[in-house]
Design a protein. Sequence first.
Length: 351
Amino acid sequence: MKKNFLPLLLLFLNLTVVFSQPKQGYYNQAVGKSGAELKTTLYSIISSGYVSKSYDFLYTIYETSDVTPEGLIWDMYSDCTWVPGQKKCGNYSKVCDCYNREHSIPQSWFNSQSPMVSDAFHVYPTDGKVNGQRSNFPYGECSGGITLSGGRGRLGNSTFTGYSGTVFEPDDEYKGDFARTYFYFATRYQNIMTTIDGDSFNKTTYPALSDWAKALFLKWHRQDPVSKKETDRNNAVEVYQKNRNPFIDHPELAEYIWGTKVGEPWSLSSGIENLKIDFSISPVPAQDFLNIKTDENELMCTIFNIQGQELMKTLIDGNSSISVSQLNNGMYLLQLEKDGKKTIQKFMVSR
């Protein structure tokens, strides 16, 4: 098998995945800005008109924001299956007993204050037992660690440069989701970031994120592109809160605020939507074959694992079906390329 490691930064900056649809003009005020000024402008945009809902109302939001294609609660901490509104915690003794509301930015870091405590953009439905295991430890990367039976993610000592404490490492397929959540929180609540505790932040308005967390979340953001799950969630939460996560709508914003594009002016075309290749894939998840539907012809199709390692490459022509029977269960990246246009999309293999 060919082992060609795709430079993930280049991959992210030159490709696009799935884009949400904010109302026209929503981000116009941010055009031409970069760095701290861009972050401050986004803060104004996503704070204006924000509607804070009650903590209990989160369960109602989850009925549309966090459901699988089968209509079950989409839990990033486990593979448990819950009907929305049923088996809300209470008490629990093991994974899959119930689900509750997980503050990806632990509420102890901001003293459970409103509106942060009930902001659905960072409070997710998750298994109660795994939520308890994560506790208020920061997200990070670890070697080994403890994964609960039936749960996802692991708790262990950080192996990421710059931090040596205990961390909770989510599954690879959701690392980008949590990175963009932290970008959102650092932006939406920049007016109180100097009061936020927690090792992922540095008590500044800008950059707000500690050096190690900034490096970690940019890494995750680049490796795990925006998924349809996130865009659907962005649209669903907006219905209730009247704001959006700009790092889902325009993933490149993270580079202009914290990454390789700081100092360069951002524009609405920076997301390279003009270089997209429109296509769809089925079934979801895939088993032995992946069907690709597109109006384009003579496309180079490449599949990478989530770490950016090239696994297979083939030329396809229009609507095609490719074998993925040799791939293990898990998350992968599908890239289509033609005449300088490149688009990448996540897909899952599950048998």
